[in-house]
Design a protein around this ligand. Structure first.
Ligand SMILES: Nc1nc2c(ncn2[C@@H]2O[C@H](COP(=O)(O)OP(=O)(O)OP(=O)(O)O)[C@@H](O)[C@H]2O)c(=O)[nH]1
Ligand SMILES: [Mg+2]
Length: 298
């Protein structure tokens, strides 16, 4: 029996097909290079732990169909993103540029963004200046609020791989505080008519009854206040309401937990749920309730 739902920060790996995304994940996990022969179909989720903290890594398929189908969903709810560019790939420079800037636009405010000029071990690599110019990367220095960094990398030699990983994970941890996971006690997802799509209590103790009474109490009036009120204290809980498009996500967490972390991770949970709903459109709600409890990013 699951009693609480733990969620963790998400790092998304984006980049055109064949750039070296899956190879990077293998290298991060094992410290070794392995030639990968098959493109990623759809996406792949993995877990990488560092200093006792867990990061969920999403390896996005780089082919056009996958870019169109779900890149936006993952990027808009992540905490950090690594965009990998194959620096021998002169031909697709302009396509890479188009998608790099889409990703930048979708990234949540404050998310850390690393750019890999990858395959630096190959002689046919373009000089870095050509990559910077071709992808208009200097625009980032004009908006210093973005947390953006360029790395010249190679999955073969390991050049800058650990440096980048340290940079992005430390930056996320610093932003979120020392604690990077959160226990969710209850979660509701409402549609535009405020009808619950999912309403789920994840604890089994004396507080359950209190939650049952409280949940479902959000009406149009309280939902309209969300822009001015980042969270609401109710009893022993803090309630976060987040609106994205037509949906509202309502999460109940412990009042002692970090509120910044709560907002970021509630958004992740919301997208994760929405993603599953879209994917499993034909599946009934009971299945969804089970899946939200039991599917961990593995
Ligand atoms: N020389 C060199 N080859 C690399 C490097 N990184 C990846 N490769 C090779 O590039 C090819 C594609 O790597 P993948 O990791 O499968 O590429 P991907 O970005 O996951 O591609 P999709 O799954 O199609 O989106 C493989 O043959 C890798 O061995 C690198 O740094 N240097
Ligand atoms: Mg891949």
């Amino acid at each position: 029996m699951v009693t609480k739902r733990k969620i963790h920060p998400v790092i998304v790996i984006a980049g055109l097909g064949n750039a070296g995304k899956t190879t990077l994940i293998h290298r991060l996990k094992t410290g070794e290079f392995k030639d990968i022969f098959s493109p990623t179909i759809g996406f792949q989720v993995d877990i990488i732990r560092k200093d006792g903290n867990r990061f969920d890594i999403v390896d996005l398929g780089g082919q056009i169909a996958f870019r169109n189908a779900f890149w936006e969903n993952f990027v808009t709810s992540c905490h950090g993103c690594i965009f990998i560019f194959d620096r021998t790939d002169k031909e697709r420079l302009s396509i890479a540029k188009e998608w790099l800037w889409k990703v930048n636009e979708w990234l949540p405010k404050g998310a850390n963004f690393a750019f890999f000029a990858n395959k630096s071990d190959l002689e046919s690599s373009m000089p870095l200046e050509e990559v910077v110019q071709g992808l208009e990367l200097s625009k980032f220095s004009e908006s210093p609020s973005k947390s953006f960094r360029i790395f010249e990398t190679s999955n073969v030699t390991g050049q800058n791989i650990n440096e980048c990983w340290d940079w992005i994970t430390n930056a996320i941890r610093k932003r979120m505080g020392s604690k990077t996971s959160l226990d969710i006690y209850a979660f509701e997802l409402l549609d535009e008519r405020l009808e619950p799509i999912i309403s789920e209590i994840l604890i089994e103790n004396e507080k359950k009854e209190f939650l049952e009474e409280t949940m479902g109490a959000f009406n149009t009036h309280s939902l309209k206040m969300i822009d001015s009120l980042p969270f609401i204290n109710i009893g022993d809980f803090v309630v976060h309401i987040i609106r994205k498009g037509d949906y509202y996500a309502i999460t109940y967490i412990d009042k002692d937990d970090s509120q910044n972390l709560a907002r970021e991770l509630s958004l992740t949970l919301m997208f994760e749920t929405l993603y599953r709903i879209r994917r499993d459109l034909k599946v009934d709600k009971d299945f969804l309730l089970n899946s939200i409890e039991t599917i961990e990013f593995i």
